[in-house]
Structures are given as structure tokens and as C-alpha cells.
Design a protein around this ligand. Structure first.
Ligand code: IPM
Ligand code: MG
Length: 367
């Protein structure tokens, strides 16, 4: 059996520096756990534009389709703000999601005990929080046609289209029910069925799919009320399933509950490949943070936890994923803090690579 293959796309801003820490973790699993990956690296986003005039070269796209999993850092930066929309760094990421057909985006929001005081919400609201947002990732208003800026009489009109087919809703709903079955068996579906036809269809189809999962308790909420409930009492939720745009908003909101956007990983999964593994891309929820890039200030944890998700969802290594997650929890409990995690209660300040060192140390200690 060949080693499983990983394509690493560090991207822009803090992407390369957080990914450098992930590479050390990958090497650790190779050396100490016999989990050897065949790793290749390539460009995405602004750096790909600089090199090739496109945010994702066709060769990179083709490689992403072949590997067992893609790990991505972050894309974008002010340098690229004035580029034409079609070659903006974000288009590289959106192309990967669309062409790999990664319809199910898992965004866990877990509050580590050591960081519970760090959230902008009160400790008892967030301590022990462990929810999973499943965001539809390949359709909806992100991709619907018609779209564009058109001339209508003597003014311009900007158009985007929210469009969902039954099968698109059903497949992401199914993946959310499957996850709920492995967790607390509670699923809340969020849409705006009060104002959008696509929301009515969403609610109908999710309800239909629920017949195959009688053990899962399904509820429905309007997405605006869902945002309110997420800040009021987030622990009422287990799994949330929602569309592309609402999922984008709600997952940023959920991220902040945990104290810092620098903590949250994500997995974007598609249909199974010939070898049974799902098409998969793993990336931190945070962006490229150009303001702190290159200064050793970035928190590598979201990217490291994204690799833990790869171990779990692509490589069936749940125990090794848990080992890595426990190592992260250990260093946080020991008080190590990158700049984004420095709260009033203090802690030991560490750089990006200092955090990597500590997590590697905790991994060693786990053997
Ligand atoms: C995310 C990001 C992306 C999105 C951007 C970078 C295109 O905000 O992954 O949440 O809007 O999906
Ligand atoms: Mg977002």
C-alpha cells in the first residue's frame, strides 16, 4: 500500500507560518506513530496569482483531485483587494470547494476549559461547549446564477441568486444526521423559511431525510433566531445544519464563543473516492490575518486541529486525532498563549513556533 497522500496549500498571510507548524506535527506522526504521509506542497490564493496570474493553477486543481486530502492555510490580503473579481485569492478556494464537490463543511466549535474566561460571553454560557455546524458549501447564493452587476436603465444592479436543488439539500442533511448519530442525536436545521422559498424547500427536504434517522431529534429554527440562540445559550445545540451563506455567518459567530477564531478547524467533505475515503479539504476557519503575518504572532492551533480532523475523517485515525487534540488541550491548560489568546488573566506568551514546540512536547509526553 502506498502512503496516503497530502497536498499542502499554505496560501497567503499567516497561512505559511501556521502550516509550518502543521508540517512538524505531520513529521512527528511519521516518525513516532508510523503514520507516514506522502506530502507535496503548492500555491493557492494571492501567491498563486503572483506566480501564475491565477489564484489556482490547473495543475494544482488536478493534483487536489488526486490526493487523499488537501490541507489549506489561508488566502487573501490587502495587496489583492483591487484585483478583478475573477482572479481574487478567494476564487482559488471557492474553485477547490466547487470542483472537488465538497458539499459538507464541518465546523466544530469547542470551548477548551482553559479558555472559557476568554470568550466575550460569560464562563457558564460557554464552558464545556461542543457543537458542530454543518454548512452546505457548494451551492446557494455563493454559486447561484444569474449573478453579476448589470445595467438596468441608467443605474447598475447587483444580482446574486440563492438556489438549492432537493438533492443538494438532501445530501448535506444526510451528512449532518450521520454526524448527529455519532454525537448527542440532536440536529437543528436553520433557514429563513419565513421569507425565502429556498428556505421552505430546505425545511421540507431536511424533514424528509429525518425519516431515515428516527433516533435523531430534529428541530427547525429561522437563521436569525438561531444566531440569537447561539449567543444566548449555545449549549442547547448539538449539530446545526444550514446553507452556505448562513453557515458562513453562524460559524464565525460560533467561533467567537470559544474565545478566539484562532482555535477553530474545519473539514470540507465530498463524496467517497475509489479508495473509500471522502474527497476532503481541511482548513482553519480563520483568514490570512495580513496585519500580523510574518511576525510569529499567529496561533497555529486551528490549522493543527484541522490536521487532527484529517486524521479522523480521511484516515480513520480517531485515536491519533484524539491524541493530538489532547496535546493541544494540555498546552492550553499549562497556560501557553499566543497573542490572540492573551487575556486579562495572563499566561505564558509564546510565538507561533513556540506553540508548535509545546504541542510537540505534549505529543512526546503522550507516548
Ligand atoms: C470561510 C470564508 C470564505 C467563505 C471566504 C474566504 C471565501 O469566509 O471559509 O468562511 O466566505 O466561505
Ligand atoms: Mg467565513
Amino acid at each position: 500500500m502506498p502512503n496516503p497522500s497530502l497536498l499542502i496549500l499554505p496560501g497567503d498571510g499567516i497561512g505559511p507560518e501556521v502550516m509550518a507548524e502543521v508540517r512538524r506535527i505531520i513529521d512527528w506522526f511519521g516518525g513516532k506513530r508510523g503514520l507516514v504521509f506522502d506530502v507535496s506542497e503548492d500555491l493557492v490564493g494571492g501567491c498563486a496569482y503572483d506566480a501564475h496570474g491565477t489564484p489556482l493553477h490547473d495543475d494544482t486543481m488536478a493534483r487536489a483531485q488526486e490526493v487523499d486530502a488537501v490541507l489549506l492555510g489561508a488566502v487573501g490580503g490587502p495587496k489583492y483587494d483591487d484585483l478583478d473579481f475573477s482572479v481574487k485569492p478567494e476564487r482559488g478556494l471557492l474553485r477547490l470547494r466547487k470542483e472537488m464537490d465538497l458539499f459538507s463543511n464541518l465546523r466544530p466549535a469547542q470551548c477548551f476549559d482553559a479558555l472559557a474566561d476568554f470568550s466575550s460571553l460569560k464562563r457558564d454560557v460557554v464552558a464545556g461547549l461542543d457543537i458542530m455546524i454543518v454548512r452546505e458549501l457548494t451551492s446557494g447564493v455563493y454559486f447561484g446564477e444569474p449573478r453579476g452587476i448589470f445595467k438596468e436603465g441608467n443605474e447598475r444592479v447587483g444580482i446574486n441568486t440563492q438556489r438549492y436543488t432537493e438533492s443538494e439539500i438532501a445530501r448535506v442533511a444526510r451528512s449532518a444526521f450521520e454526524l448527529a448519530m455519532k454525537r448527542d442525536r440532536k440536529l437543528c436545521s436553520m433557514e429563513k423559511a419565513n421569507v425565502m422559498e429556498s428556505g421552505i424547500l430546505w425545511r421540507d427536504v431536511v424533514t424528509e431525510v429525518s425519516r431515515d434517522y428516527p433516533e435523531v431529534e430534529l428541530s427547525h429554527m429561522y437563521a436569525d433566531a438561531g444566531a440569537m440562540q447561539l449567543t444566548r445559550w449555545p449549549k442547547q445545540f448539538d449539530v446545526i445544519v444550514t446553507d452556505n451563506l448562513f453557515g458562513d455567518l453562524l460559524s464565525d459567530l460560533a467561533a467567537m464563543l470559544t474565545g478566539s477564531l484562532g482555535m477553530l478547524p474545519s473539514a470540507s467533505l465530498g463524496a467517497p473516492m475509489a479508495n473509500g475515503r471522502p474527497k476532503a479539504l481541511y482548513e482553519p476557519v480563520h483568514g490570512s490575518a495580513p496585519d500580523i503575518a510574518g511576525q510569529g504572532k499567529a496561533n497555529p492551533i486551528a490549522c493543527i486541529l484541522s490536521f487532527a480532523m484529517a486524521l479522523r475523517y480521511s484516515f480513520d485515525q480517531g485515536a491519533e486525532a484524539a491524541r493530538l487534540e489532547a496535546a493541544v488541550e494540555r498546552v492550553l491548560a499549562d497556560g501557553l498563549r499566543t497573542a490572540d489568546l492573551m487575556g486579562p488573566e495572563g499566561g505564558t506568551p509564546v510565538s507561533t513556533s513556540g506553540m508548535g514546540d509545546a504541542i510537540l512536547g505534549a505529543l512526546d509526553a503522550s507516548l
